[in-house]
Every structure is written in structure tokens, then in C-alpha cells.
Design a protein around this ligand. Structure first.
Ligand code: ADP
Ligand code: MG
Length: 179
């Protein structure tokens, strides 16, 4: 079945700006934004509770089942801080957002993170964990790193992605020629 738009994955360490970027992109392009964390909460797609991190454990299979129809239709922007469990075939392009460690530390503190949770997330960014995960999970030529330190960089990222979407549509949604 033909997709009516590209499927885009926004991934990266918590606090790098996935949600801000995804919502703004959806507003400007008409693509549908899906926050996987919110979806899991709404539909209770969990398989247990992590005592160490005080958070629910995502049921990845259920999340994939839940998203399958959306992805078949196309035109979805998916936001999640992990990416290895999504089927590779889903995405036309993958963006990994990156933020300077000190800026990220402050953002996560402002979000109320502290102690081990704060340290682990900043370390995740230092070790480029999500970037490596994305490169291991998708064809390298569809994985792009985006710097997300300042509002100017955010705007620049939005503009580039909007242009990429327009190009995708030109290439994939050929207008029917009159006979
Ligand atoms: N490029 C950026 N420049 C400055 N602040 C940003 C940028 N991206 C995100 N932020 C801010 O950082 C915080 C975390 O952003 P958010 O979109 O919630 O990240 P994520 O969804 O990846 O956890 C928010 O307060 C947001 O306004
Ligand atoms: Mg978010």
C-alpha cells in the first residue's frame, strides 16, 4: 500500500528536544506526531515496573502492534528515546538529536531529574548511546545527527526537515497526469 507521506523517527537522549521539534514539525507540515511514551501511558502498554529507575517498562511488542497501521498509512513523526525495537522498514529517515552535556544537565534538572536518573541520562548522551543504537538499527545513510543546543539550531533543523519532506512528496507522490 502506498504511503501518503514519509515516516520520520525522532530519537535521542531525554531532554534533547524531540518533543519540541516533533510537535512543531507536525504543525508546519500536517504530518501526524506520535509520542511513544504518551501512547504507552494512554493504552497501558507496559510489561512491568523498574524498581531501580521508578518507571514502567515498555512492552515493545505491544507498542509495535499499536503503531503498525499508522506506519502503513505513512506521514507519521515518531518520538522516542530508543529505536532498536521498531521494525527497520518503518522509517524513511531517522534523526538523532544531540545536546551538549552541560546544557542537557540543566534541562534535565529543570525537568526535575536528580541523582542516578540525571547522571545516567547525561552519560547516555556522553557515550552517544542512542546514536550508536540508531546506526546499528537502520541503514547508515538514513540516520542523521542533529545538533539541538539553541533555539536557532531548532529552527534550522525544522527548516531542513520541512524541505526534506517536500522533496520526499515530490519523489513519491506523483500527480496523476491527465490522459
Ligand atoms: N534546540 C533547543 N534549544 C533550546 N532549548 C531546547 C531545544 N530543544 C529543546 N529545548 C528545551 O529543552 C527541554 C526539553 O525538550 P523536549 O522537547 O521536552 O525534549 P525531549 O522530548 O527530547 O525529552 C524543553 O524545555 C525545551 O524547551
Ligand atoms: Mg519528550
Amino acid at each position: 500500500m502506498a504511503k501518503h507521506g514519509p515516516n520520520i523517527l525522532l530519537t535521542g537522549t531525554p531532554g534533547t528536544g524531540k518533543t519540541t521539534l516533533g510537535q512543531e514539525l507536525a504543525e508546519r507540515t500536517g504530518l501526524s506526531y506520535i509520542n511513544v511514551g504518551d501512547l504507552a501511558k494512554e493504552k497501558n502498554l507496559y510489561e512491568g515496573y523498574d524498581e531501580e529507575y521508578n518507571c514502567n517498562i515498555l512492552d515493545e511488542d505491544q507498542v509495535v502492534d499499536e503503531l503498525e497501521d499508522h506506519m502503513e498509512n505513512g506521514g507519521r513523526i515518531i518520538d522516542y528515546h530508543g529505536c532498536e525495537f521498531f521494525p527497520e522498514r518503518w522509517f524513511d529517515i531517522v534523526f538523532v538529536l544531540r545536546t551538549d552535556n552541560t546544557l542537557l544537565y540543566t534541562r534535565l534538572q529543570e525537568r526535575g531529574y536528580s541523582g542516578k536518573k540525571l547522571e545516567d541520562n547525561v552519560q547516555c548522551e556522553i557515550f552517544q548511546t542512542i546514536l550508536e543504537e540508531a546506526k546499528d538499527s537502520y541503514k547508515p545513510d538514513i540516520v542523521h545527527e542533529l545538533q539541538s543546543n539553541t533555539p536557532e539550531e531548532m529552527e534550522d533543523n525544522i527548516e531542513k526537515i520541512v524541505l526534506w519532506i517536500e522533496k520526499w512528496k515530490q519523489d513519491h507522490l506523483s500527480a496523476t497526469m491527465p490522459s
